[in-house]
Design a protein around this ligand. Structure first.
Ligand SMILES: [Zn+2]
Length: 189
């Protein structure tokens, strides 16, 4: 009988501990985003952290003699829809599988890059080795980006989007659509 009571006490402590962990976990999670609700407008500019990391990327690539050009940042719902039609109702090749509101670009959380060669021309050649170190500049940039915390579209298995870099801050497209936005320290966003 005595033994039994001890067991029950131990279980209660374990359960209380788990409940506490659950609340702590939820608290941590809600500290990372703000809920702007279903009617939340799409941001018109690039997320501040993504902006800062993109600047770092350009600088660090320049140190390796790679000239990175950011060709695309935030994209409106309409621009995304128009791009989606390319290769479908409009001519050209398919460049995206995301319709308006479905891309991280629509939430200011993605950028696209390209390279500028020695002649000052913007190129999308993934085997170009302008700094002559035996490595593809394009992949060198992708590696720097990943180190800075970006997810690279070239790592995707279904549709490889080589120019694409994004930061989701743990938020899915569905959550972004519902109005959740990343919350950064030292920012009132
Ligand atoms: Zn992109």
């Amino acid at each position: 009988m005595k033994r039994n009571r001890k067991d029950i006490t131990a279980w209660i402590i374990i359960i209380l501990f788990l409940v506490m962990l659950f609340f702590l976990y939820n608290q941590l999670k809600t500290d990372r985003y703000v809920d702007q609700g279903n009617e939340a407008p799409l941001p018109e500019s690039l997320d501040p952290v993504v902006t800062e990391k993109t600047e770092k990327l350009v600088d660090q690539a320049a140190e390796k003699n790679i000239d990175v050009v950011i060709t695309e940042t935030v994209r409106s719902h309409e621009e995304q829809d128009a791009l989606y039609e390319q290769g479908r109702s409009k001519k050209g090749s398919i460049v995206t599988y995301a319709e308006g509101g479905e891309s991280y670009h629509n939430y200011g959380l993605a950028v696209d890059y390209a390279l500028r060669n020695h002649n000052g021309k913007i190129i999308w050649n993934t085997s170009y080795d302008g700094n002559n170190n035996g490595e593809s500049d394009w992949f060198e940039v992708a590696d720097i980006a990943k180190e800075l915390g970006f997810e690279w579209g070239g790592d995707w298995s279904n549709f490889k989007d080589y120019p694409h870099l994004q930061m989701d801050f743990g938020l899915s497209i569905d959550q972004l659509k519902r109005g959740l936005r990343p919350k950064h320290e030292n920012s009132d966003q």
